[in-house]
Structure formats: structure tokens, C-alpha cells
Design a protein around this ligand. Structure first.
Ligand code: SF4
Length: 111
């Protein structure tokens, strides 16, 4: 998730000066359309694609592993907060010894 934000900031940092330079070249009424379309095309759309890929790549890890039900697991960053390491499907930082059930919401029947 941090990579998505990082690259979003990089793309924004590149886009702002480019739009600023184009401000003097393009007619004002077209420039606003360019701003709107470029923000969507350069910042928002790539971020949504990155997020979708992130979810697809980590779906199994987020939903079907021991870590996914552990209170120390942060699914937004795929990290074990106790060991400050990234678990994978083949690597469990605590080897199952420090697993603790995360709080369960019995009314909504979800974690
Ligand atoms: S403590 Fe163990 S089970 Fe819990 S998130 Fe970390 S590695 Fe996974």
C-alpha cells in the first residue's frame, strides 16, 4: 500500500510542473480539461490499477492464512506488527507461536 501512495506522490510531483508549463501554452478553457483528465489518467487511474493488483496478489494471504486471523496482522500493509516483517504464503515470522485471535465482531460476523 505504501508503494501506491509513494508512486502517486511521484506522479503528482511530475504532473504539477508539467501542467504549470502547459498553462502558458494551452488556451485557458482547454487547460482545465487537461488538468482534470491528466489528474485522472496520471494519478487516480494508475493508483486504482496498482491497488487492484495489490489486492489480487495478496488475496490468499489476507483471507486464508494463520496471519489473517491474528491480531498482529495489518492487512493494509501485509505486515506482522509484532515482528515488523512481511509474512508470505511460505514464511511465517513467528512460526505460529505468537498467534493471537483478533477481535471478532459477533454482530456482523466478521473480523
Ligand atoms: S504474530 Fe505470527 S501469526 Fe500473528 S501476524 Fe505475526 S507472524 Fe502472523
Amino acid at each position: 500500500m505504501g508503494a501506491i501512495i509513494f508512486w502517486g506522490i511521484i506522479r503528482t510531483a511530475i504532473l504539477i510542473p508539467v501542467l504549470w508549463l502547459l498553462y502558458g501554452v494551452i488556451e485557458y478553457r482547454y487547460w482545465w480539461w487537461l488538468v482534470i483528465l491528466s489528474i485522472y489518467g496520471v494519478i487516480i487511474y494508475p493508483a486504482t490499477i496498482q491497488y487492484r493488483l495489490f489486492k489480487e496478489e495478496n488475496d490468499e494471504l489476507i483471507n486464508n492464512t494463520l496471519c489473517s486471523s491474528c491480531r498482529y496482522f495489518d492487512k493494509s500493509a501485509i505486515i506482522c506488527l509484532k515482528y515488523d516483517e512481511h509474512p508470505t504464503l511460505k514464511y511465517l515470522p513467528c512460526e505460529g507461536l505468537d498467534w493471537e485471535l483478533k477481535e471478532y465482531d459477533y454482530e456482523e460476523e466478521k473480523y
